[in-house]
Design a protein around this ligand. Structure first.
Ligand code: FDA
Ligand code: NAP
Length: 448
């Protein structure tokens, strides 16, 4: 490692997806309000430029949250970084309003995110992967007031070392493959879809299969069916059929900022109820529009008597054998777990994600981070990992806090408010007291 930068940053963010972008804006708004002008921040992102799940930017995919749940509005409705401000700057505000739709396409939301990141890009190092965080020798014996990060340049392999008083880890979800299934040029996880799809000659893709019954699986099945009009498309669906994502108004309250307090300060029983009753707002469920679109295609085929969309329900994959261009998928079908095999030219595993897991990055530092009786990190309400008393520096999590803060942990719904709370906490700890909130952080004021 070279180029040690001795002066510690007040905040170093690891990962620059929507969560840390929202934090960068919250910190920027402290500055533009004439507060905390000297608070230094730097964000590291391993991708060479901004990108939000680029491989799933499918032509007709829409957002799963209202445009009002953008990077800022729920924290600061007057922010110049809102989705509405972006539409105004793009000259599309009247057209958007005429469209009467709360749910923009993912492509449009991506353009919004790119527009927002360009305005804080001087605080972001792209092509920079943080590989470890550790404690440097303390400046005051017995007290650790800074963290040291090792960063690798993803283009030339060069290194950089920076110190920080606080780190905010926001490295995102980790793709999950079925057990024993390895990714390669013909076996893809949904997170790699467009990149791997475009590497292939579509004429070679005559038989494709998509595994899973979540939003990714349904969108990909529709995409492949439309892009490959000559191909047989199998959907390997573990349930009896795709089920609806509940986004009805009362259920949607689980994503409100106030629900974080209900979850965090609730009992084990309350938390369990959140999951038991409301898991179907997000996991293994699909938006109504996509379900109907797929069903319409299947029905049209029945009318025409020509079937190439095959929905294999009550089916799971149990293994994959690869040899050259051959891919043989083992399936377990139906209530009797009948074993079947399917030969395909490409297999897409839309089998979901594991929550963000910072243990690898934390390395040795992990022993200073306290865990609960089931081995999960203990996390303060302000998203800081609970550490031993010797640690004066802060390790904050944006993601990986479903067990403490609830369902919004991996989603965008609460990003604006959460990053505002983290910014407030960093500022308050720097000045050694609980600072009054200088800029609004919640819609509807504090709840509970
Ligand atoms: P995100 O994963 O976006 O960003 C993490 C970043 O960290 C990445 O850019 C990564 O490259 C970088 N990184 C990782 N390790 C690093 C390291 N060691 N050093 C440097 N950089 C590193 N939710 C929702 O509420 N509404 C929605 O509409 C959708 N839509 C949606 C579509 C698809 C296809 C998926 C897979 C998921 C969603 N989600 C969603 C959920 C999703 O988690 C959410 O939209 C955000 O991506 C969360 O933002 P983050 O910044 O936390 O993670
Ligand atoms: P997901 O909801 O976790 O779904 C994964 C699916 O894979 C589940 O149906 C799971 O079934 C199935 N599965 C796992 N292993 C399997 C196996 N061996 N055989 C057959 N099926 C198997 O994951 P996701 O669809 O990727 O969604 C993740 C997040 O991204 C969600 O928040 C979603 O809303 C979001 N997303 C948003 C958009 C958008 O904004 N347009 C697009 C895509 C995704 P079991 O549960 O039975 O294991």
């Amino acid at each position: 490692m070279s180029d040690r930068e001795h002066e510690p940053y007040d905040v170093v963010g690891i990962g620059f997806g929507p969560s840390n972008l929202s934090l960068a804006i919250a910190l920027e708004e402290y500055r533009t309000h004439g507060l905390e002008n000297d608070l230094s921040a730097l964000f590291f992102e391993r991708q060479s430029s901004f990108g939000w799940h680029r491989n799933m930017l499918l032509p007709s995919a829409t957002m799963q949250i209202s445009f009002l749940k953008d990077l800022v509005t729920f924290r600061n409705p007057t922010s110049s970084f809102s989705f509405i401000a972006y539409l105004h700057a793009s000259g599309r505000l009247p057209q958007f309003a005429n469209n009467q739709d709360f749910f923009p396409t993912r492509q449009e939301f991506h353009q919004y995110l790119e527009w927002a990141q360009a305005r804080v890009a001087d605080r972001v190092a792209y092509g920079s992967e943080v590989t470890s965080i550790r404690l440097p020798p303390p400046t005051v014996p017995g007290l650790s007031d800074r963290l040291r990060l090792e960063v690798t340049d993803t283009t030339d392999g060069g290194g950089r070392v920076v110190d920080a008083r606080n780190v905010v880890i926001s490295t995102g979800l980790a793709p999950r493959m079925p057990e024993g299934t390895e990714r390669d040029e013909r076996v893809w996880h949904s997170s790699e879809l467009l990149e791997k799809f475009h590497r292939m000659d579509p004429r070679e893709l005559r038989r494709v299969a998509v595994v899973g019954a979540g939003q990714s699986a349904a969108e990909i099945t529709r995409f492949l069916y439309d892009e490959l009009p000559h191909a047989q498309v199998w959907a390997v669906v573990p349930s009896y059929g795709y089920s609806l994502a509940d986004d009805s108004p009362f259920a949607n309250q689980v994503f409100d900022p106030g629900a974080v307090d209900d979850y965090y300060f609730g009992t084990e029983q309350t938390r369990e109820a959140f999951w038991r009753y409301h898991r179907n707002t997000n996991y293994s469920v699909v938006d109504d529009e996509v379900i109907r679109d797929l069903y319409r295609r299947a029905y049209d085929e029945e009318v025409r008597g020509a079937r190439r969309l095959h929905i294999l329900n009550l089916t799971r994959i149990t293994g994959v054998k690869r040899s050259g261009a051959e891919t043989r998928v083992s399936l377990q079908v139906g209530p009797d777990n009948e074993v079947r095999e399917l030969d395909v030219d490409a297999l897409v595993c839309a089998t979901g994600y594991n929550a963000m897991e910072p243990t690898g990055l934390l390395g040795d530092l992990d022993r200073h981070c306290l865990r609960d009786e089931t081995g999960r990190y203990r996390v303060e309400r302000d998203y800081r990992i609970v550490t031993g008393p010797e640690m004066r520096c802060g390790i904050y999590l944006q993601g990986g806090t479903e067990h403490t803060h609830g369902l919004t942990s991996s989603l965008l719904s609460n990003t604006a408010v959460r990053s505002g709370e983290i910014a407030d906490s960093i500022v308050a700890r720097r000045s050694g007291h609980n600072a009054e909130r200088a800029i609004p952080t919640k819609v509807g004021g504090d709840s509970h």
